[in-house]
Design a protein around this ligand. Structure first.
Ligand code: ZN
Length: 302
């Protein structure tokens, strides 16, 4: 989505930059002159003991005389929190009370489908989580124990269990108002071409939700718990929410740490990424397709 310059100006005008920056830094009371919109602090972009970071409400910019970091409201959020530009605009527009223009109706229709699919995915994630902690989830809990996955990690990553039944999830989705069509479109159900009833894609598997950059559940990976089971790992198919070639596992959690350290670790599979994360290394992601693509790399750079 593109934003009109006048819209960005409106946000900058309504929201003092000191308010945006002030959440991350402590202003130097002796040096700052709030009445003039003139603020000084220790720079959040480099280590220092005296305040050489200047924040100017009248001009709506910040500038560090130590390291040269400079920018406006939006840049401050993309640089300190690793947000994308549109995300920074959305967040600050809300804070400034500026209404963003409505996307055109076709965009809205597409967005409605995506929201639907996201709702179904979230419902499925909760269902799997609850099954993991029920008596029937024992094989999955045993497997986690064997892999050294701690309880708190399984909670943070929202591990779940897909019961070994034909349509346990399907029944749950329908009871909660999700249509069969949406379940199929979200990659949760499979509808055979020969007209037989649809059934659960994931059965008898340890379930690991895959989130998008905003932290919404958009897909799943499922590890079989049957030693003979094939395939060992089953991922959701491509859907309007899930793009294997461009998305990375754990990006929404890894982003801030990756941004701060300037490095990111990419593992081959998500179970490895989870182990690395559990060991305290937060800037870790995993590829989701069979190959690590050019698009993956482009996304990492961002
Ligand atoms: Zn600096």
């Amino acid at each position: 989505m593109r934003f009109e310059p006048s819209l960005l100006d409106q946000i900058r005008a309504r929201l003092p930059i000191s308010q945006v920056v002030g959440r991350r830094v402590t202003f130097d009371k002796r040096k700052s002159q709030p009445a003039r919109g003139d603020f000084w602090a220790c720079c959040p972009f480099h280590k220092e003991k005296t305040s050489s970071f200047h924040c100017d409400d009248r001009r709506g910019i910040y500038h560090c005389f130590g390291c040269g970091a400079t920018g406006d409201h939006f840049k401050f959020l993309t640089e300190t929190e690793g947000l994308t530009f549109p995300e920074a605009v959305e967040r600050l527009a809300e804070e400034a009370g500026v209404t963003l223009p409505k996307p055109d109706p076709r965009d809205r229709e597409r967005e409605a489908v995506r929201v639907d699919l996201a709702g179904a995915s979230e419902l499925a994630a909760k269902f799997f989580e609850q099954k993991l902690r029920s008596p029937e989830g024992k094989p999955a809990r045993d497997y986690m124990l064997k892999r050294g996955i701690l309880e708190k990690t399984s909670i943070e990553f929202r591990f779940g269990y897909a019961p070994d039944e034909r349509d346990a999830l399907k029944r749950h989705l329908i009871q909660n108002g999700v249509t069969e069509e949406t379940g199929v479109a979200a990659g949760l159900l499979i509808k055979p071409e020969d007209g037989r009833p649809s059934y659960d894609r994931f059965r008898g598997r340890l379930m690991i939700p895959i989130h998008d950059e905003r932290g919404r559940v958009v897909a799943f990976g499922g590890r079989t718990l049957d030693p003979e089971g094939q395939p060992k790992y089953l991922n959701s198919p491509e859907t309007p929410l899930f793009h294997k070639g461009t998305m990375l596992f754990n990006v929404h959690r890894a982003r801030e740490a990756a941004h701060k350290s300037g490095t990111i670790i990419v593992t081959e599979g998500y179970m490895d990424a989870i182990s690395v994360y559990q060991a305290g290394i937060r800037n870790v992601t995993a590829a989701l397709g069979t190959a690590f693509t050019e698009d993956n790399i482009a996304r990492l750079w961002r």
